[in-house]
Design a binder for this molecule. Structure first.
Ligand code: ADP
Ligand code: MG
Length: 697
């Protein structure tokens, strides 16, 4: 199936016009509108108000401090400032008393001309009451009394940008709305009726003309309608991309005796989840179409061995494969894991990192270029221009979110129709998976290898650090190793770095010299050296900013201390905790927090204490936090929705995905009347997902 680039129908032209075509958007204002909304009229239409102001009509006697209210007053006197710095004031009255209007930077004479003594004015603004005195500073409205109807009783408030008041933006929004035409309905009418959803244009009228707080809620019918439109447009784009990729040919790789022998030689048996994931990968590889698959699995779930066996399959079929990891130490660990079983099958494995120089590097490149090495493991060094493969057929990207789209692509382009297997340890709840990875096939390893001792997890207030250090000393003396995480919490990296350095110095005082420090600002080589010393057991306690998050395996490490645990996403804490509990020792994790702990923080830490399942934790975290970006998804390639809230509207995501599949299955070229309407929807949102994995392959 070909991907149809949605042609923009004429009905959308007004919405795709430049914002400068809106009345009042001149060269000074345009950049502000663009910053807030975007470059075209549609973007203004798509910018929802954040809150609303209710203006109640009142009198001087009944005015309430702090409320936004409307009065009708007769101008009684202008009171010019007596000294510089004083405001210009106008005294007005109604039947119940006086109201003073105040301008700190006003043009007195202008005000005097506009509102002469004796005229009646409708005035609206925020009331300040000082005893019996009522004051309104810089009224929002001041009109002839007859025009009081022009003061809206409910006024939506748009996100503010300096120099662009909400009320100005509102004018643009209303004009944008007036440019929106009725469009043919793309949603299923029966479904709309069942859900009580309004037509598209009506939904926008409600969005920009809320009649109450309920209309601002993501749960309102209008918001759900618009959210669904956006989700459907996105799911359609993803489904088309997925179909488009499927249609690309890829080398046909059948599983054979080589991989079978490699698997037999493993010191353990694959878990059920590994077997399942591997057979999904093999199904893809054998199909003759290019694979785009994500292998999701908690830290320690055993993704590497699945990758290794897929590489063995490729080698058995006469192809090369490459595994890329984000750091040198990880690449080396992978090499140490992968090389022995593969070499035992007679395959040559090359490790290529930034450390390789000169003749040694040239020799490695030669082996990749002439095909004598079947497998390459490495870092960014793998996709450099002078690296060539004889017949690369499979790339595996570990910790995929740590690579840019182009980096992954550069490696993939070193062969023809190269299969992609991306690996991720960020547990993403099933509901959200569809929005992040909708154009990939996903395999999950949702089971841990047997024999893992669960990590005993507890929370402790920071003042109890000395006690914890005492226990740590005993453990270290007994041969254990510990991570001590000082995560980045402040806006300033310098401040955070100092906190980590101070902690390391403290621990050295109390525990002796076997305390190491790694942080993000260290040169890579230095960082690797400290990490290596930790892996080798020379360092007993490794103080680190979050750099250890990436999957380094130190089986002897059994203690994890995390400072400021209350400020972190559960998924992230869970990943950090996954660094321990890999060996024979009883493992523990201490979550340090600054008391007092809020109730939600308490609940969150409780979840972590009770559960060891990354997916379950992520799902709970989502429920507890609601809204925003609770799982730090943005960095995982999460789409920037304008109208949909992936948490509040998560029930709609799966429906939209099903709907998209159904629409395309029935009418792949979108030529039916509904298909045409759907194309308008696509053109309206114009999804060009360009982030994260969506562009890989
Ligand atoms: P991750 O999914 O975090 O990348 P790894 O692939 O590094 O996990 O595996 C973690 C550890 O589990 C490794 O030491 C690996 O040898 C071991 N392992 C993997 N699969 C199994 C299994 N089926 N049974 C026992 N141990 C396993
Ligand atoms: Mg790993």
């Amino acid at each position: 199936m070909a991907i149809l680039p949605p042609m923009r129908p004429e009905s959308l032209f007004p919405l795709f016009a430049d914002i400068s075509t809106l009345k009042g958007v001149g060269p000074r204002v345009a950049p502000l509108v663009e910053k807030l909304a975007g470059p075209i009229v549609r973007d203004v239409l798509f910018t929802p108000p954040q809150s609303l102001i209710r203006r109640t009509a009142t009198t001087a006697a009944l005015a309430q401090d702090g409320q936004v209210q409307t009065f009708v007053v007769t101008i009684d006197a202008h009171l010019p400032p007596q000294r510089s710095g004083q405001p210009w004031r106008i005294r007005g009255w109604d039947e119940t008393g006086f109201v003073t209007l105040v301008w700190f930077k006003g043009h007195g004479p202008h005000l005097e001309r506009q509102h002469p003594v004796g005229t009646r004015r409708a005035v609206s603004g925020k009331v300040e009451r000082f005893g019996s005195e009522i004051q309104v500073a810089h009224p929002d409205y001041m009109l002839e009394a007859e025009r009081i109807d022009e003061i809206p009783p409910i006024e939506p408030v748009y996100p503010a940008t300096a120099g662009l008041p909400s009320r100005t933006f509102r004018k643009f929004a209303l004009e944008a709305l007036s440019r929106a035409q009725d469009l043919p309905e793309w949603q299923d009418s029966a479904w709309m009726a069942r859900e009580g959803l309004p037509p598209w244009r009506e939904a926008f009228e409600r969005l920009h003309g809320p009649e109450g707080e309920i209309d601002l809620s993501p749960m309102s019918a209008a918001r759900r309608r618009l959210a669904y439109d956006e989700l459907l447009a996105h799911q359609l784009a993803l489904a088309q991309r997925k179909a488009g990729k499927r249609a690309q040919p890829g080398p046909r790789i059948a599983s054979g005796p080589l991989a079978e022998a490699a698997e037999k030689a493993l010191p353990f048996r694959l878990t059920g989840a590994q077997v399942r994931a591997l057979s999904e990968v093999r199904g893809d590889l054998a199909r003759g179409e290019r694979m785009s698959r994500l292998l999701q699995g908690d830290v320690g779930s055993g993704k590497t061995v699945v990758a290794m066996l897929a590489m063995a399959d490729a080698a058995g079929a006469g192809f090369q494969s490459a595994l890329m990891a984000p750091t040198e130490i990880l690449a080396r660990q992978h090499y140490e894991t992968l090389a022995p079983p593969l070499e035992a099958q007679g395959l040559a494995v090359v490790l290529l990192t930034g450390r390789d120089k000169g003749a040694a590097r040239a020799a490695k490149l030669q082996k990749l270029a002439d095909g004598s090495a079947a497998v390459a493991v490495g870092t960014h060094a793998l996709f450099q221009d002078d690296v060539a493969f004889q017949n690369l057929a499979l790339t595996i990207i570990d910790e995929q979110h740590r690579f840019g789209v182009n980096e992954r692509r550069r490696l993939q382009e070193k062969g023809e129709g190269v299969h992609l297997l991306a690996m991720s340890a960020t547990p993403i709840p099933r509901t959200l998976e569809l929005t992040v990875f909708g154009d990939l096939d996903v395999s999950r390893i949702d089971e841990k290898p047997p024999g893992r001792t669960p990590v005993a997890t507890r929370a402790a207030p920071t003042p109890r650090v000395p006690e914890i250090v005492d226990r740590l000393r005993a453990a270290i003396e007994g041969g254990a190793q510990a991570f001590w995480i000082c995560p980045l919490v402040s806006e300033s990296e310098k401040v955070d770095l100092r906190a980590a350095e101070d902690r390391a110095a403290d621990l050295r005082k109390m525990l002796g010299p076997r305390v190491g420090l790694v942080h993000g600002q260290m040169p890579a080589a230095e960082k690797d050296a400290v990490m290596q010393a930790f892996v080798d057991g020379e360092v007993g306690v490794l103080v680190a900013t979050t750099v250890v998050e990436v999957g380094v395996n130190v089986p002897n490490a059994s203690i994890m201390v995390i400072e400021h645990a209350d400020r972190f996403g559960l998924a992230q804490l869970h990943q950090l905790r996954g660094r321990v509990g890999r060996g024979m020792r009883e493992s523990s994790c201490v979550l340090l927090y600054d008391p007092p702990l809020s109730e939600v923080a308490q609940q969150r830490l409780d979840i972590l204490r009770r559960s060891d399942d990354g997916f379950e934790i992520a799902e709970k975290d989502l429920e507890l936090r609601g809204g925003g970006d609770p799982l730090g998804l943005k960095q995982s390639g999460f789409p920037a929705y304008r109208l949909a809230d992936p948490v509040a509207h998560r029930d709609l995501i799966a429906v939209a995905a099903d709907d998209a599949r159904l629409i395309l299955a029935r009418d792949p070229a979108l030529t039916s009347p509904r298909g045409e309407a759907v194309r308008t929807l696509q053109a309206l949102f114009d999804w060009k997902p360009a982030s994260g994995l969506n562009d890989a392959g």
